[in-house]
Design a protein around this ligand. Structure first.
Ligand SMILES: NC(=O)c1ccc[n+]([C@@H]2O[C@H](COP(=O)([O-])OP(=O)(O)OC[C@H]3O[C@@H](n4cnc5c(N)ncnc54)[C@H](OP(=O)(O)O)[C@@H]3O)[C@@H](O)[C@H]2O)c1
Length: 333
């Protein structure tokens, strides 16, 4: 047993463990010595993964309360990786509140962040943390906190996310939920749906590039962590298109043979006096940043570090979280 295992206090249930990202996450959890069990709806996949990792497994559908009750007994936290989260997060958050375990997921669906926000009082009453967005936002949101601290009284922020990698079937299904949520921005502290998508140019180190408006979730999560009243978020895929205009990626990764471009997040914050500051991170392409950050956040809660109620990564753990994530470089300019 290593030192890490000696200091761990809580037990974890990972639901949706057998997908692409789930499989990577359970291996990272095992590598770190977490005490965990796995769950999901597909017995054949679960039994094979459980045998490989030598951990207990539970088979049940997401709306099976008895299944949750048995599998959450003695647990401290639930990590939900079964996406699209529109099909799983509501039920999983409710059982986390009912059985008093901390809740984490890795969704990028903005409506799920709003759902978590709506359960704040119930989570506080249960004494648990509801942290939806332990993937991308584990990097994005503390970066916003870090950038906001560089001005006096931040009044507006823009985020530009340039993603390098592919998408799994779960992500494709989630992406349609993100698009269907509409063009959400935050103005004067309130979320608004706009009808025409503006584009904006950002320089992430290779000269100005055009990005499209897309509500990644900062309109909810970074408002939670900073209270900045005006928030706009933009997105662009990295990579050079083929002659026919398509981008080729293997599942979750840049195409083999290409040198993978790194994913980048730029945060631009304006202070009350008009000062504009920018901070950027670059990190590994594909889904590995989500894998390591989700396990990092869960591990903190298992060790007793949490805030009750609805939280974002930045509101619970601040800018300091960035420094404990692997392979993340920060640049201020
Ligand atoms: N924000 C981020 O940084 C980030 C990064 C990576 C992934 N994600 C999100 O994480 C989710 C999973 O991604 P993935 O790459 O693992 O996708 P995937 O390979 O397609 O796997 C999806 C997993 O979810 C399970 N699942 C789907 N619907 C379910 C339902 N109704 N009930 C129970 N289980 C269900 C699947 O179970 P079966 O095997 O039984 O079908 C499978 O285990 C996606 O929504 C994706 O967008 C977010």
């Amino acid at each position: 047993m290593n030192n890490l295992q000696n200091t761990l206090q809580g037990k974890l249930l990972i639901y949706g463990a057998t997908g692409y990202t789930g499989t990577l996450i359970v291996h990272e959890a095992a590598r770190r010595g977490l005490d965990f069990e796995i769950a999901g709806r597909s017995e054949d996949k679960l039994s094979a993964l459980a045998a490989e990792l030598n951990v207990p497994y539970h088979v049940f559908a997401v709306d099976d309360i008895e299944g949750w009750k048995k599998s959450l007994m003695g647990k401290t936290a639930l990590l939900n990786i079964a996406g699209p989260f529109s099909e799983t997060a509501g039920q999983a958050m409710d059982v986390a509140i009912q059985f008093k375990v901390h809740y984490f997921d890795i969704t990028a669906e903005v409506d799920i962040y709003r759902l978590a926000e709506s359960k704040d009082a119930a989570a506080k009453a249960a004494g648990i943390m509801l942290l939806s967005g332990a993937g991308l936002f584990a990097t994005y949101d503390p970066l916003v906190v870090h950038t906001a601290k560089r001005v006096k009284n931040p009044v507006a922020m823009k985020a530009a996310f340039k993603y390098s990698g592919g998408f799994t079937p779960g992500s494709v299904a989630s992406a349609s939920n993100i698009i269907n949520a509409g063009l959400l921005v935050r103005k004067n502290g309130k979320i608004e749906k706009i009808t025409e998508a503006p584009s904006a140019a950002f320089d992430l180190g290779d000269g100005p590039e055009d990005f499209s408006l897309m509500p990644l979730g900062g309109v909810v999560l970074s408002f939670k962590s900073t209270g900045i009243p005006d928030i706009e978020e933009y997105f662009k895929m990295a990579g050079t298109p083929d002659a026919d205009g398509t981008l080729n990626f293997e599942e979750g990764h840049s195409t083999a043979g290409q040198v993978p471009e790194r994913s980048k997040i730029l945060i631009e914050v304006t202070g009350e006096d008009g000062t504009v500051v920018r901070s950027m991170v670059d990190t590994t392409d594909g889904y590995m940043p989500t894998v390591t950050s989700a396990v990092e956040l869960v591990q903190r809660a298992l060790n007793g570090s949490y805030e009750t109620g609805f939280q974002s990564p930045g509101s619970a753990y601040g800018a300091e979280l960035l420094t404990s994530l692997s392979d993340v470089n920060i640049t201020d300019f």
